[in-house]
Design a protein. Sequence first.
Length: 406
Amino acid sequence: MTTTETPDMLHRILDYSSRSDPYPLYAELRKTPVARQEDGSYVISTYRELADILHNPHLSSDVRHLAHPMPSSEGSTTPAFINMDPPEHDRLRRMAMRHFGPPHTPGLVTALEPDLTATVGGLLDDCAGKEQIDIVDDLAYPFPVSVICHLLGVPREDEPRFRVWVNDLINSIDYDPRTDPKEKLENGVQARQDLREYLGGLVEQRHGHPGDDLLARLANDDGPDGRMTDEEIISTANLLLIAGHETTVNLITNGMLTLLRHPDILERLRGEPDLVVPLVEELLRYEPPVHIIPWRAAYSDVTVADTVIPKGSQVMLMLASGSRDPDRFHDPDRFDPDRRDNQHLGFGSGIHLCFGGPLARREAQIALGELVRRLDRPSLIADPPPYRRSPVLRGPIHLPVEQNGG
């Protein structure tokens, strides 16, 4: 297979004007599964090639393995394990997973369900009687922050401060130097620093005081791999906060947008609450919260679909394109919650498969189920809604909805 330079196509995908519907452009991009760009980077867009490369040990998540290293957003601090390679990645991920899911804490997500349902219920109570609500501001954004605060053990009285930091940090992810004031970036940098200091204080308090929250467990656990350092705990908490929050916000918002565009399925879900489980899986394929892994680095020369990607090259993985690949999924542009064999790439794959995926799934299932049950004749006010700027973490920045047949 011969690679083809497709800078115009990639530029169009990344351009904000395509944010509301990049899928026709992905279809064009898939005509060249591995496409070399003018800057020497490579874009992979088809399911088979993406699935293979995500399991390829010659692909690195460490910026230092790029021929032209990019600056790390984490600066001089300990990077999160998502930006590490084995064996360090594997060690830290194992230590985190001991307290976040099976086999050591298999009941974590299930035990959270009453709190998840109560939090969603409380947010929807605040919307009662309103003819218009914003799915993002009124539910999808505040919900995951509350959940993560609960998980980490953030005192309830500190949640307002925590929310301000999260808001500034998340806003800075979408920073565009051409259109945004520099203050937006500066606020994000300051929020990152303040958040790390705050989390560091919580971790210090947890030493010698075992408890049920994640910070206490990590600060006091001596498992087979030893104990995380305080810096490693802080970086893991930051990963859970940023990656977990953004994934869940987009999954809930994209999910409600999709249901409002498919009123027959919305009504079906109202009568079949258990449909929400396969429905969320289909959302992860059809309208995923993460569209692109913007870079990986080739440790050595890597062959993908008969194309040799040279050592040190930047590799961009178009996950959302792969999940709409007709060579893998029948009628991929149709939203079908009854779809079988739905091995989507919504949470990635391989050693970096989203470790918070089970929690994000359950949060989305509960949020969408309660929205459908409690909203009265909801309808979109704007379609398409306004989207956030990021082509990587793609989702509406607001989703205004009318109810009561308004």
